[in-house]
Design a protein around this ligand. Structure first.
Ligand code: NAD
Ligand code: WQD
Length: 336
């Protein structure tokens, strides 16, 4: 029995593959490599001594999925594959709905045809919408999303919720990630953004390594302690472990929603200062105007995952900084 990991060559997928292999699972990774590099599988092999099966293909390609389910005995699917750049989703909404929503539907159709009805889905804190009070709790309704990326996540959550209602054999975990950062402690795998990074930590680490001149901090006039935005940053290995732990909830039919975060918010300035303190590398920055669509502050109520899955974060903020820097400094050009 194997776990199919869609998007298994990507940032969170690759760290989850490492954990699955180390826990003794057989893994099949499916990825079209639109935002990743196959070198990651050599690195995974160096870390774990094992190589996952890799199928280069697209979740929207039904024939490819049917062949995969015929070739391997899949027990459960962990579904990471998708596009994730918020700004790009505003410019190219159809691509995001095509890939993220249509792709997830095709994947579920192929799963149903193969009799595989256990799915873990990469959702996002963004589905709580623009007006939710903090901390975010799973009992809150999904809110008004502010961009097609976020809407695509909310739509897939709805599709999966309807699917489990239609057929009690299905069980689905909807994992709402907060802000994953960091890398495997070996420095062999990590986040490898193409072009100018959209997210805070990759930008900071590219400034540190000399690829960018300085960080622009988007807004210092928010109603937060130091005026900069607050987020719930968690180590990607903690997030990966959340996926392993969530597999157990699939024994119960239905849709199971879990926040995966630390439960603590940190400001942009706290993140920058922590990076400088931990690595000893200076990060020049300037304050810039607010970024469209940014919320002032949000973090998780992470108690449900602890109560029901026995999962909570273990890595410290210093670990997140140290591991980000180890990956970036050892691989200034990523996997290329
Ligand atoms: P990533 O881009 O590194 O990984 C996604 C992988 O999916 C890539 O390897 C890409 O090549 C692959 N892919 C994309 N479309 C595909 C398709 N149609 N068929 C096959 N493969 C495809 O992103 P990530 O940060 O690892 O995110 C993984 C998932 O988690 C995504 O669904 C993302 O939306 C979600 N998520 C990410 C974050 C975050 O901050 N990184 C937060 C919340 C949710
Ligand atoms: C964090 C903070 C920025 C870059 C996004 C998606 C979300 C989820 C995670 C997938 C914010 C500030 C950033 C920079 C900055 N992805 N910042 N200068 O916006 O919380 O979440 O990624 O689901 O859906 O929206 O993360 O890392 O982009 O930003 O000041 O150069 O850092 O304004 O306050 P965000 P982020």
């Amino acid at each position: 029995m194997a776990i199919l990991v869609t998007g298994g060559a990507g940032y969170i997928g690759s760290h989850t593959v490492v954990m699955l292999l180390e826990a003794g699972y057989e893994v099949v990774a499916l990825d079209n490599l639109c935002n990743s590099h196959p070198e990651v599988f050599n690195r995974i092999e160096t870390i774990t001594g094992k190589r996952p099966a890799f199928v280069e293909g697209d979740i929207r390609d039904r024939a490819c999925l049917d062949a995969l389910f015929a070739d391997y005995t899949i027990d459960s699917v962990i579904h990471f594959a998708g596009l994730k750049a918020v700004g790009e989703s505003v410019a190219k909404p159809l691509e995001y709905y095509q890939n993220n929503v249509h792709g997830s539907v095709v994947l579920c159709e192929a799963m149903a045809a193969a009799g595989v009805k256990r799915l873990v889905f990469s959702s996002s804190a963004t589905v709580y919408g623009e007006d939710a009070p903090v901390p975010y709790v799973e009992t809150m309704p999904r809110g008004k999303t502010s961009n097609p990326y976020g809407t695509s996540k909310a739509m897939v959550e709805q599709v999966l919720t309807d699917l489990v209602l239609s057929d009690p054999q299905w069980s689905v975990a909807l994992l709402r990630y907060f802000n994953p950062i960091g890398a495997h402690s070996s420095g062999l795998i990590g986040e490898d953004p193409q072009g100018i990074p959209n997210n805070l930590m990759p930008f900071i680490s590219q400034v540190a390594v000399g690829k960018r001149e300085q960080l622009s901090i988007f807004g210092n006039d928010y109603d937060t302690a130091d005026g900069t935005c607050v987020r719930d940053y968690l180590h990607v290995m903690d997030l990966a472990e959340g996926h392993l732990k969530s597999l157990s909830c699939l024994d119960k039919p239905g849709a199971h929603i879990y926040n995966l975060g630390t439960g603590n918010g940190l400001s942009v300035l706290e993140m920058v200062n922590s990076f400088i303190t931990v690595t000893g590398v200076d990060i020049p920055y300037q304050f810039a105007p607010r970024r469209d669509g940014d919320l002032p502050a949000f973090w998780a109520d992470a108690s449900k995952a602890e109560r029901e899955l026995g999962w909570s974060t273990r890595y410290s903020l210093a670990d997140m900084m140290q591991d980000t820097w180890k990956w970036q400094s050892q691989n200034p050009e990523g996997y290329r």
